[in-house]
Design a binder for this molecule. Structure first.
Ligand SMILES: [Zn+2]
Length: 330
């Protein structure tokens, strides 16, 4: 780093205070320290100094903006190095670890001990150049389902795609493909939720849906196609019925993702887990099910079932299997 007179002045001031404490610094040592930018850090700048201004009428040495910007963690180089480091760590995580971290985050949320990890200004700066989220999630647009909050995740942690009824469409699928192929996320989740108005509306008669604007009608008709009404009419309890409808929609969307060659390549290489989830608004708890992962015969810890898409079978943790019907989707 090039030294200028101001840096030397600060280094000198630090040297003087060190000498007063009887510390046997040599000037070269101080200069060395200054060159590593530690001296500037040790003297916290006044607000005027931080913006590079000299206090009016004061002879105090000031810290010009160009020097202040050299504080550790405040240069773009350091921000980039921080991002590279974070990315290297993120790339080494395996899908199971990421899934477990999401499960722990949700427990923190519903037990009222969320950490709300907010990044510092420096960490935000480190995120300017790149992102490396570990999870991609397709969730509902519903205002009561803010994904990062529900999983107690921070900035840069989740790649979030939301649309009414968390449906895999050309647009949402394209975004998820980007997350899988380019950002290399480790977990791909489809999350439905309690009280989903979109799924409920999809259960209305077709004539009622035809009264909606064209795009909304199409969106609801696509969801309708994914619902198994034969099965749903056997569920009498309203709450259970709604939950069943949402869960069966999530399973259809997960199934659709398994038809994507690029996504399944990552699953086969054990680089990705696909998973379904249900968020219960009332309790804040997320249930996980319908896991798609390579060569696993039973679901991971904290996951209710696994989906064998080749056989069209869902297998519970107990080993009980049941066939799943693939519904037609647009
Ligand atoms: Zn919804």
């Amino acid at each position: 780093m090039a030294m200028d007179s101001t840096t030397l002045a600060i280094a000198g001031a630090t040297f003087a205070s060190g000498a007063a404490l009887g510390m046997a610094f040599t000037m070269s040592k101080v200069l060395d320290v200054a060159s590593r930018q530690q001296v500037v850090v040790a003297s916290a700048p006044a607000p005027e100094a931080a913006s590079g201004k000299r206090a009016r009428g004061s002879d105090e040495p000031v810290v010009p903006a160009e020097i202040d910007s050299l504080r550790p963690g405040f240069t773009m180089e350091e921000a980039r190095a921080q991002a590279d480091k974070g990315q290297a760590v993120a790339m080494k995580r395996n899908p199971k670890d990421v899934l477990e971290a999401l499960q722990r985050g949700n427990v923190r949320f519903w037990t009222g001990s969320a950490t709300r990890p907010e990044k510092s200004a420096f960490e935000r700066r480190a995120l300017i150049g790149k992102q490396f989220p570990a999870t991609a999630i397709l969730s509902c647009s519903d205002s009561r389902v803010p994904t990062e909050i529900v999983f107690d995740q921070g900035l840069g942690d989740m790649f979030v795609v939301r649309c009414a009824g968390n449906a895999v469409t050309e647009t949402t699928c394209g975004s998820l493909q980007y997350a899988v192929n380019h950002l290399k996320v480790k977990v791909l989740m489809v999350m439905g939720h309690e009280g989903c108005g979109a799924v409920k509306a999809a259960g209305l008669p077709e004539e009622a849906l035809r009264g909606e604007p064209k795009e909304l009608c199409k969106c609801l008709m696509d969801l309708k196609d994914g619902l198994d009404f034969e099965r749903l009419k056997c569920v009498e309890d309203t709450r259970a019925h709604d939950r069943e409808a949402v869960i069966s929609n999530v399973k259809q969307q997960v199934w659709r993702l398994t038809e994507d060659e690029g996504i399944m390549k990552k699953v086969d290489a054990k680089e990705l887990i696909i998973i379904g989830a249900f968020y219960e608004i009332s309790s804040g708890i997320v249930d996980f099910f319908f896991e798609v992962s390579s060569s696993e015969s039973l679901p991971d810890r904290g996951v209710d079932s696994i989906f064998d898409f080749k056989k069209g079978m869902e297998r519970q943790a107990s080993g009980v299997e049941q066939p799943i019907k693939r519904r037609r989707q647009a």
